[in-house]
Design a protein around this ligand. Structure first.
Ligand code: CO
Length: 161
């Protein structure tokens, strides 16, 4: 495994639509392993492939406190959602920036695992938010575009982050 560089604010790759994964090979497995390591190293709860410069529909999410429950989503699609939540959202590609973003409270996704097998996953709260945020990345959408508004410096200072 290896750490990869996280693409930052202003890089046009963050605005591009990613291509589906067709080969579930060693290269994909290395990408998934590296993305998980990079996400954990940066203390993030999610990372999408374009954030490490790869225009592929690949996402890793880990909302566990111990950072030991990585969810790997290849070619993910939202197949159901309900409710609404409003809360602060950040992104490893936009360090120090936070926005208030409305997301569904519950989200169900269909995806493939690293071997190409289809599965479904569902989540509410933070996990639902992470599904939406990361899948948006695969469509070239970053949280700033969908935020109600961005937090001020003063508000960020009061967040203890
Ligand atoms: Co992000």
């Amino acid at each position: 495994m290896a750490l990869r560089n996280i693409v930052k604010d202003g890089d046009p790759i963050l605005e591009k639509r990613c291509r589906p994964v067709e080969k579930f090979d060693a290269k994909l497995h290395t990408l998934l392993d590296d993305m998980a390591e990079t996400m954990h190293h940066a203390n993030g709860v999610g990372l999408a492939a374009p954030q490490v410069g790869m225009l592929r529909r690949v996402v890793v999410i880990d909302i566990s406190l111990e950072q030991n429950e990585v969810l790997e989503l290849v070619n993910p699609k939202i197949i159901a959602f309900s409710g609404e939540q409003e809360g602060n959202e950040g992104c490893l590609s936009f360090p120090g920036q936070w926005g208030i973003v409305k997301r569904p409270e519950y989200v169900k996704v269909k995806a493939q695992n690293r071997f190409g097998e289809e599965f479904e996953a569902e989540g509410k709260g933070l996990l639902a938010r992470a599904f939406c945020h990361e899948i948006d990345h695969l469509n070239g959408i970053v949280f700033k575009e969908v935020a109600e508004r961005m937090l001020t410096k003063k508000e960020i200072n009061q967040m203890n982050v």
